[in-house]
Design a binder for this molecule. Structure first.
Ligand code: F6P
Length: 321
């Protein structure tokens, strides 16, 4: 191993910079050359490679977003696109690639590695926390804390006006952000893709808030299937007596300084990615299980479903009584 490339792809996540820093510095520590690849797969295809020194990654551990920038790249979804990307890696004598991103980015990395002779290491970076093989993904902790801070604020106005708020959060097809932010913010309910929520259940959720003689409720809704607006409209129609409002948190959930937990996770994973390459591993994702850093085949991480523990589901039901 003489030279590696590192890129971030898909949605940015707080802590990605700490991972870029860790990969870069560990590789330089081993005496390898490192290319930072700008704008994810799109930048790889268009040869946006920059040789990194330890200084290139100075003063970034505390910054949100990704200094390498990121993109969603349709061209890389095609075989021709991946072949172009591989040719660029060969042209720059890159021996292996470290990809920091979510499910879609790691699926792309896996396809590249199976079609061409290039080892890839995946680092799970997404606020959605939806990757199998790791308890937490980089960015999840920060996003969760951001959501909780917002919901605490929404609670103040909800209580003052006796209103029911449907707060929409990100997570794509996964409800980890919604369910756990609902627990942490003391919300009356969470509507998540992992469970079917019918209108009569919704009335029950809202009733919980009212029964507590608080005259207000907060329901956290995953963005999937019409999100908060969909449920708010249904409740408004069926229960016109309630004063309903919607708050869609949107992309503010992805920004901001990474939490200490995300910085540490990203740093440990970045170092582990280089160690994995040094040990001759290929096509694995770095994970953290019960605070132990592990490797598992990328194909398992992208194919298997991450299950939400039952107690996490039941906790909210009990505590919102
Ligand atoms: O995967 C991260 C994520 O923030 C999801 O939670 C969300 O569905 C999606 O990205 C939004 O993507 P974009 O920023 O491209 O609209």
């Amino acid at each position: 191993m003489n030279c590696i490339g590192v890129l971030t792809s898909g949605g940015d996540a707080p802590g990605m910079n700490a991972a870029i820093r860790a990969v870069t510095r560990s590789a330089i520590f081993e005496g390898w050359k490192v290319y930072g690849i700008h704008r994810g797969w799109a930048g790889l295809i268009s040869e946006e490679l920059e040789e990194f020194t330890t200084n290139s990654v100075s003063n970034i551990i505390q910054r949100g977003g990704t200094i390498l920038k990121t993109a969603r790249c349709d061209e890389f979804r095609t075989e021709e696109g991946r072949t172009k990307a591989f040719e660029v890696l060969k042209k720059y004598d890159v021996d292996a690639l470290v990809v920091i991103g979510g499910d879609g980015s790691l699926s792309g990395a896996y396809q590249l590695a199976t079609e061409h002779d290039i080892p890839v290491i995946g680092i799970p970076g997404t606020i959605d926390n939806d990757l199998y093989g790791t308890d937490k993904t980089i960015g999840y902790d920060t996003a969760l804390n951001t959501i909780v801070e917002c919901v605490d604020k929404i609670r103040d106005t909800a209580t003052s006006h006796d209103r029911i708020f449907f707060v929409e959060v990100m997570g794509r097809d996964a409800g980890f952000l919604a369910q756990n932010s609902a627990i942490a913010a003391g919300a009356e309910a969470a509507i998540i893709p992992e469970e079917n929520t019918e209108l009569d259940q919704l009335a029950d959720f809202i009733g919980r808030g009212i029964r507590k003689s608080k005259n207000s409720s907060i329901v956290i809704v995953s963005e999937k299937d019409g999100g908060a607006m969909h449920y708010a409209e249904r409740v408004k129609k069926e229960y016109p007596q309630y004063d309903v409002r919607v708050s869609i948190l949107g992309h503010l959930q992805r920004g901001g300084k990474p939490s200490a937990a995300d910085r540490i996770l990203a740093s440990r994973m970045g170092v582990a990615a280089v160690r994995a390459l040094k040990e001759g591993q290929r096509n694995v994702m770095i994970g953290s299980i019960q605070d132990r850093i592990i490797n598992l085949p990328i194909c398992r991480a992208i194919k298997e479903d991450k299950v939400m523990e039952n107690d996490v589901l039941h906790c909210l039901t009990i505590l919102s009584l």
